[in-house]
Design a protein around this ligand. Structure first.
Ligand code: HAM
Length: 430
């Protein structure tokens, strides 16, 4: 038999994903609105794509962890392996590569896709999240770093964050390459060392040291640690290296531009194999929520895996889950009101067509109105308002319709005002 008989279906959502009840959706919309406003204020254009992608797209270029442990995929009815996208970078790169002859460079694009990763659900990590992607294509110079990191900073500021609430950690993989060369770490070990350094925060110092020793031997491990622990000092030690000069310049110009919380962090690598140069990650400085908030970097070789034309790229992905946690921790979430500005409560036996005519006039004046059509008694209608957060209420019966005089009450202050329709409409403007 199709179905499950009389058994009741669970009301729980699938593990690790969220339902957005209207209040949650309103917060989500607020977050997206700010992301959109700031991205567009820098001239970025929105694009979109399907959640479904051929699995192959991720096999070569995403992170090993995503492919081996986190990707959701299935075989379709035509025997194709299909993935639910775990990140947007392969998609946007594929789209740009497909039209590279037509698109004038530089390309400034943004999108807010939902993404799927089979993670162990925990604070800040879920199985479905939404992620603002801001990417700039065709700018090989540090002007790309400066622009995109400034956008990330502007978004944080627009959310109401203070510079002290977060820090922008920055590094350059080429600088690590210079360190690797100096201490003679084999080329074929490089990606493994990057990945290990990327996970450093998850290990104790001893375990990190031990894992490094296993990977590259005791002597190299000690030398590497010495360099990593130099902090800003590493930029001085390697001052002749191009990568160090480049990083110094990025950090100094950003600080001059007012992005005061950039911090050079030699242990930052980020998990994806496609990053080729500068990487950055934004961290909450609050002790209750010390997680990384979002990050990105330069990936100059990815378009070259689709076409013969190589195009440099720099961008970041900002997740909604971590951002919401951040805004909650720092009390930066706005108060969410109902979409309706006015609720019309109806005295029993009133002609509903008259009520709807009045509601229409309000709507035509730009005031959103919900009419209580529950058929409940007036006191019960008014009582249910307390849960709805609608700023204004008006009770209408035959008398109000006959006299064309109405009373509007502010549901928060309980203040009441009378007037004809034109006057009460003015009172309801938010
Ligand atoms: P990512 O570091 O994997 O980078 O993800 C970017 C951000 O998305 C994270 O810092 C976090 O805010 C959020 N995020 C990732 N996974 C989850 C999850 N399971 N649950 C909740 N939030 C999550 C990328 O995806 C790169 N493609 C970003 C990029 C764009 N690089 C260049 N352009």
């Amino acid at each position: 038999m199709f179905g499950i008989g009389n058994k009741k279906i669970s009301t729980e959502s699938y593990k690790g994903v969220r339902d957005f009840y209207p209040q949650d959706q309103a917060v989500q919309n607020h977050i997206f609105k700010i992301m959109r406003e700031v991205s567009e204020s820098w001239g970025y254009e929105e694009y979109g794509a399907s959640i479904l992608e051929p699995l192959e797209l991720y096999k070569l270029k995403s992170s090993e962890e995503i492919i081996k442990e986190q990707i959701y995929y299935f075989t379709d009815r035509g025997n194709r392996e299909v993935a639910l996208r775990p990140e947007m970078t392969p998609t946007v790169t594929r789209m740009i590569a497909a039209k590279i002859q037509e698109l004038p460079l530089p390309i400034r694009w943004y999108s807010i896709p939902n993404l799927f990763r089979y993670e162990k659900p925990q604070r800040g990590r879920l199985r479905e999240h939404w992620q603002l992607n801001v990417d700039l294509f065709g700018v090989p110079s540090i002007l790309a770093e400066l622009e995109v990191i400034s956008i990330a900073f502007d978004i944080m500021k627009k959310f109401g964050a203070d510079e002290k609430d977060f820090e922008i950690r920055i590094n350059n993989r080429l600088l690590l390459d210079d360190v690797f060369k100096k201490i003679k770490i084999n080329e074929d070990k490089k990606q493994f060392v990057y990945r290990l350094i990327d996970k450093k925060e998850k290990f104790s110092d001893d375990d990190f040291r031990h894992s490094l020793v296993v990977l590259i031997g005791k002597e190299s491990a000690e030398k590497l640690l010495e360099n990593l622990y130099l902090g800003e000092g590493l930029l001085v030690t390697l001052k002749e290296s191009e990568a160090a000069k480049n990083l110094n310049e990025v950090v100094n110009i950003l600080r001059d531009r007012g992005v005061s919380n950039v911090v050079f962090t030699p242990t930052l690598t980020r998990g994806f194999d496609y990053y080729t140069g500068t990487v950055f990650e934004v961290f909450d400085t609050n002790k209750e929520n010390p997680r990384s908030l979002f990050g990105g970097g330069r990936y100059d070789d990815l378009i070259g895996s689709f076409t013969s034309q190589n195009v440099s790229a720099f961008g970041f992905g900002m997740g909604d889950v971590t951002m919401r946690d951040f805004l909650e921790t720092h009390k930066l979430l706005p108060e969410i009101n109902s979409t309706a500005s006015l609720c019309i409560c109806v005295v029993s036996n009133t002609d509903m067509e008259e009520i709807y005519k009045i509601a229409k006039i309000f709507r035509e004046s730009g005031i959103s109105v919900a009419v209580d059509i529950s058929g409940k008694k007036l006191p019960d209608q008014l009582k249910s308002l307390s849960k709805r957060k609608i700023p204004f209420v008006m009770t209408i019966g035959e008398e109000e319709i006959k006299n064309q005089t109405f009373t509007v009450r502010n549901t928060k202050t309980r203040e009441e005002k009378n007037g004809n329709l034109e006057e009460v409409i003015k009172l309801c403007v938010r």
